[in-house]
Write a new protein. Structure first.
Length: 331
């Protein structure tokens, strides 16, 4: 299951910075002295867009434990649950430490430790001497069902597995298992086919080829499209579906000549403007099901990420990171 943080919540006044990657936004705290012990309630309050600063998550900048890493990204979803990895967050982490001189900009690269392991980053600077874009080696996608994780048997007990396809496509001659596609029933219909991909955190990617084939009750007025699709309702149902023992991030995407268009209902956050790990998982799923080449632009509500699934099986994500404002907050 997903893990809630267990912090007692030490009261105090803390400086923070607000950063985002394509509108997927985070409250950053410098916790290199490891004194912050945030509680679930504190995180929920910080992320509340009415009663707090407002964000999709909280990121603590902590000292690295792994040799060769420049810092540890401790990422907490808005609901107070820990996540192993955050793609937009790790680009913002690079910006946070480079713009503050914690990491020397002249290096042009750094390695960030995450709960999913180290992630190597190369970055470019803007004319004002601040980090502009970051290229992150997000590692290899994990496709083995048990490691995503997926659990069709648990879903079957809920009589919701319509089909399980173990071979989305021969995995490019790799000596790796093929992805699992679970087709799961939605209350009132229809069923949706999800390709399970982990980028250190779980993703269920639904690639839709024909919006017209879906019933009208799944759309919020207007023509049937990704933009009018009811991501909140359908995403919320599958986020906590028994087929996903650790819950899941849920992506809905379609592919055309301009690239991959995607919306995401994130585990522990709800719909976000962008999801870096989700964009990587969606590129992998689209390539495995022969809808896309292994390199493409992924268009999200907040902007575009460029994703390459390279010949070494690593997924390379390139995109911006921005700092919106700084402040002090009473916890
Ligand atoms: N909600 C995600 C973590 C944040 C991922 C997303 N913001 C990204 O940019 O990858 C999870 O629980 O796995």
């Amino acid at each position: 299951m997903t893990m809630e943080i267990t912090g007692a919540g030490v009261a105090g006044r803390y400086p923070f910075a607000k950063l985002h990657g394509l509108g997927n936004d985070f409250v950053f705290f410098d916790d290199r002295d490891e004194t912050m012990d945030v509680s679930v309630d504190q995180v929920k309050r910080l992320c509340d867009r009415r009663f707090g600063i407002g964000a999709d998550g909280v990121i603590l900048v902590r000292p690295a434990r792994l040799e060769g890493c420049d810092g540890l990204m401790y990422y907490i979803n808005a609901d107070g649950t820990l996540a192993q990895m955050c793609g937009n967050g790790v680009r913002c982490f690079a910006k946070y430490v480079v713009d503050r001189g914690i990491v020397d900009a002249a290096r042009g690269s750094l390695t960030v430790e995450t709960l999913a392991g180290p992630r190597a980053i190369r970055f470019t600077m803007d004319e004002a001497g601040r980090l502009a874009t970051a290229q992150v080696d997000m590692g290899a996608p994990v496709l083995e069902a048990a490691e995503v994780p997926l659990n069709a048997a648990a879903a079957d007990e809920a009589a919701t597995v319509v089909a399980e396809d173990r071979a989305a496509r021969p995995c490019d001659g790799q000596t790796r298992s093929c992805a699992t596609t679970l087709t799961l029933a939605y209350p009132g219909g229809p069923s949706f086919a999800f390709v399970g991909v982990s980028m250190g955190n779980p993703h269920a990617v639904c690639l839709i080829d024909d919006w017209e084939a879906l019933p009208a009750h799944l759309f919020k007025g207007g023509e049937k499209s990704l933009e009018t699709f009811d991501v909140d309702a359908v995403g919320a149902y599958f986020e906590s579906h028994p087929a996903f023992p650790e819950k899941t991030n849920v992506e809905f995407a379609c592919v055309d000549d301009s690239g991959i268009a995607m919306r995401v209902f994130e585990r522990g956050c709800g719909e976000t403007m962008a999801c870096g790990t989700g964009a990587c998982a969606t590129l992998v799923a689209a390539a495995l099901t022969e809808r896309s080449e292994r390199e493409n632009d992924v268009h999200l509500r907040g902007g575009t990420l460029h994703i390459l699934w390279d010949e070494t099986d690593h997924v390379i994500m390139t995109g911006p990171a921005e700092e919106a404002f700084i402040g002090e907050v009473e916890l």
